[in-house]
Design a protein around this ligand. Structure first.
Ligand code: GRF
Length: 199
């Protein structure tokens, strides 16, 4: 019998700016009992992003924060932080969120923000990592999940998965392979890192 530890289910917020296929994979993994967490909110910075529709379908509250409506990044992040606190969020997964996280959120969620990036970091940080890798003619690329710090795709690496490019690889086929890996690796890795949070 174990009366000792009480493990609180992780209350996750996903931040996304676009399509949201990774958001979907997290939501699906939770629904299928593969990821022990709740997805409390979607935070989005683009009013027309497809990910908002996905959140609506999954009955997950979605909030759009448009940077243009705020005086500066601190105010923008303070508004987001207020929302995260309303929902008692304990962990943040960035999933195609096209914005650097600033000190307001980094301090409030120290070591509790992770990101997924479609290359083997530190190779090809920044925008269009898949296109960058393909055009560089690499034979191997992959996916990285890392803790978020103030840099662009620079925080400590948690997990990576490599894939070999075939002789007849196209940028499009590479994109599909990368996304297929992401959709498995992100929920799995989130389960591992969030499982370590006993509070
Ligand atoms: C993914 O490739 C992710 O690695 C990167 O942005 C992309 C988002 O795709 N950070 P989606 O919006 O989840 O489909």
């Amino acid at each position: 019998m174990n009366f000792g530890t009480v493990t609180r289910m992780c209350k996750l917020a996903v931040f996304a700016s676009g399509n949201g296929s990774n958001f979907q994979s997290i939501v699906d993994a939770i629904a299928h009992g593969q990821l022990m967490a709740t997805c409390e909110v979607l935070i989005c910075d683009q009013p027309d992003a497809k990910v908002i529709e996905r959140a609506k379908k999954a009955n997950i509250p979605a909030f759009v924060f448009d940077m243009k409506q705020f005086a500066n990044k601190t105010e923008f992040e303070r508004a987001i932080l207020k929302k995260l606190r309303e929902y008692d969020v304990t962990f943040i997964a960035l999933a195609g969120y096209m914005r650097l996280i600033g000190s307001t959120l980094l301090e409030a969620y120290a070591q509790k923000i992770v990101n997924i990036h479609p290359s083997l970091l530190p190779a090809f940080p920044g925008l269009d990592a898949i296109g960058q890798a393909f055009q560089a003619g690499v034979k191997v690329t992959g996916v990285t999940i890392h803790y978020v710090d103030s840099g662009m795709d620079t925080g400590p690496i948690i997990a990576q998965k490599a894939i070999d490019l075939t002789e007849d690889e196209t940028e499009e086929s590479l994109r599909e392979k990368i996304h297929a890996i992401e959709h498995v690796l992100y929920p799995q890795t989130l389960g591992k890192v969030m499982g370590g949070l006993n509070e």
